[in-house]
Design a protein around this ligand. Structure first.
Ligand SMILES: Cc1cc2nc3c(=O)[nH]c(=O)nc-3n(C[C@H](O)[C@H](O)[C@H](O)COP(=O)(O)OP(=O)(O)OC[C@H]3O[C@@H](n4cnc5c(N)ncnc54)[C@H](O)[C@@H]3O)c2cc1C
Length: 510
């Protein structure tokens, strides 16, 4: 073997990167060619799969990777634009007579598994000099493929099932600290950086500068490691007291952008941050004293994450509402474009829902309980629209968008999965301070920021402004129906109707 082509896919980092470590360690590898393939049309401001914000975040991640590879390891990341198969073929064609290994990280989602199988059979197998090597568990803690293929595997549906899987895999899983490999150049023979020219080569800086969004979350490994430091390593009490259901969904007081949870999801889903490194940081901090436990602790959140990766790899039609063993086939209403548009643009007349959806649009992120509120509202709560519509809108806008996690959580919230909460537990979209959505209701500054039409409204009426007397609306400078919409549905009436529909649907399924 002489050349290692390292295909960065969902591990956009140099720390804890098994493929990179292997290439540096192997005596057979003389030179390394790191590549990234952008399969979206990079000349557009947004695509069917990614809105402008998500595109920008992805560009930032790749550009930071390029910078880190260059400055830390002396390697030049080659960035290509096009479909993976022809791009890989064109790169390999440049090494027709050389022994080349295409190294990639395992990606568990169906589309990527199929893509890799095709590249192996249509390209790699066609030349005896070419090989491929895939590393498991780049993006996850568990080796997903080996677990779902083991004879004792049963799809997990609860935290207890996950605890059993973790115990079988790791024994004393609560205290485990995983081996995290970082490359220290002085330990290895230096490797030559392979340089090639290709018709698919592209420069992301130009595409990025065409996007005029700038956002609170900036992509890349460098920022991911800083956030890990600031939110986890330096905040030992925060880690040991972490209790997800008690975290405030309306962000940090004084900063309507900053999550009360870690805010690491965009970095975990792009692989800018190694999930094992986050797990280890929590294990080490937890050893210092009393701490919360799964399901509410940070370890618990990471175990839910693993659960969805296992399920999405083992449940057929994970992203569909038909022929999916983890989805009850509810007859959702006909698609109402006007309801969907109001929900997506934050114009429903329900200030909490609108604030959350506008935050999503502006930053690409939303607190977990905010996601609960808006997904329940769209489906079994008020609008009776299929969860797949919400899933698609989230998928395009979330900077932490992830096929396994997005589908799994939508199934959960729509009330259709075995792990769902009971369908009759519907959130009130107009919460008070007792709501389990954990909304800050006293100052309501989060609502004032994201729905500026209501910025002068008294907190007493701000969650249901259409109930405010006209004199209150006038002195707040916002007439409901003119300056901010009336509620698009009667929340109590639709809740009652939808509970009845859900019940009837369940009766026909039995
Ligand atoms: C309808 C809906 C859709 C969602 N879509 C996504 C998605 O596409 N991508 C995504 O990463 N998360 C998704 N989530 C899960 C969750 O809301 C986010 O992971 C979390 O809010 C991210 O914030 P954080 O990093 O501060 O999380 P923390 O509470 O700090 O948790 C740490 C990490 O654990 C993982 N995690 C936490 N909660 C969950 C969960 N319920 N499921 C899976 N992993 C979890 C995330 O990687 C997160 O970064 C969705 C939730 C809902 C209700």
């Amino acid at each position: 073997m002489s050349v290692a082509i390292i295909w960065f896919r969902k591990c956009l980092r140099i720390h804890d990167n098994q493929a990179l470590s292997w290439a540096f360690e192997s005596n057979q590898i003389k030179s390394i060619l790191p590549i990234y393939i952008f399969e979206e049309d990079i000349h557009q401001r947004s695509t069917n799969k990614m809105n402008e914000n998500r595109l920008r975040f992805q560009y930032e991640c790749v550009l930071d990777l390029q910078h880190n590879l260059d400055t830390e390891l002396g390697l030049k990341l080659h960035i290509f634009s096009g479909q993976a198969q022809p791009v890989i073929q064109s790169i390999l064609n440049k090494f027709e007579d050389q022994r080349v290994c295409l190294i990639s990280e395992y990606c568990s989602d169906r589309e990527n598994v199929e893509k890799m199988a095709k590249i192996d059979s249509k390209i790699i197998d066609q030349n005896p000099n070419w090989f491929s090597k895939t590393f498991p568990a780049g993006q996850t803690i568990l080796d997903i493929e080996s677990i779902v293929n083991s004879s004792k595997y049963k799809p997990p549906n609860s935290m207890n099932d996950m605890i059993q899987i973790f115990s079988e895999e790791f024994g004393d899983w609560q205290n485990i600290v995983f081996d995290v490999t970082d490359i220290n150049l002085s330990d290895y023979q230096s490797k030559r950086c392979q340089i090639i020219e290709s018709e698919f080569s592209t420069r992301l800086e130009e595409s990025k500068s065409r996007l005029n969004t700038s956002s609170y979350f900036i992509g890349g490994e460098s920022i991911a490691l800083q956030r890990l430091e600031n939110k986890v390593l330096l905040e030992k009490q925060f880690v040991n007291n972490f209790s997800k259901p008690n975290s405030i969904s309306t962000n940090t007081e004084g900063n309507p952008f900053e999550p009360t949870t870690t805010g690491l999801s965009p970095y975990l889903s792009t692989g800018c941050l190694s999930v094992r490194r986050l797990w280890n940081a929590c294990s080490e901090i937890q050893q210092l004293g009393e701490h919360t436990k799964p399901p509410v602790s940070i370890h618990g959140q990471l175990m839910f994450r693993e659960m969805f990766y296992l399920l999405s790899r083992s449940v057929m039609n994970w992203d569909q509402d038909k022929e999916n063993t983890h989805c009850k086939e509810i007859e959702w209403g006909t698609t109402e474009q006007s309801l969907l548009a109001a929900w997506e643009s934050g114009e429903t007349g329900f200030p909490l829902i609108d604030a959350m959806m506008r935050q999503l649009d502006a930053t690409g992120w939303m607190h977990h309980l905010g996601r609960h509120a808006v997904s329940c509202f769209l489906t079994r709560g008020q609008l009776w629209q299929s969860w797949t519509h919400g899933r698609d809108i989230f998928s395009r806008k979330l900077i932490d968008s992830d096929w396994a996690l997005n589908n799994g959580n939508w199934l959960w919230l729509a009330g259709v999965a075995p792990f769902s909460m009971p369908y009759y537990r519907v959130y009130n979209p107009c919460p008070n301070q007792k709501s389990s959505l954990n909304v800050e209701t006293e100052t309501a500054n989060f609502i004032r920021h994201w729905v500026p039409e209501l910025s002068e409204f008294p907190s007493k009426y701000i969650f249901e402004p259409h109930l405010a007397p006209l004199s209150v609306q006038q002195s707040a400078g916002c007439i409901i129906g003119n300056d901010y919409p009336n509620p698009i549905v009667d929340r109590k009436e639709t809740r009652r109707e939808n509970l009845e529909r859900f019940k009837q649907n369940l009766a026909t399924l039995r």
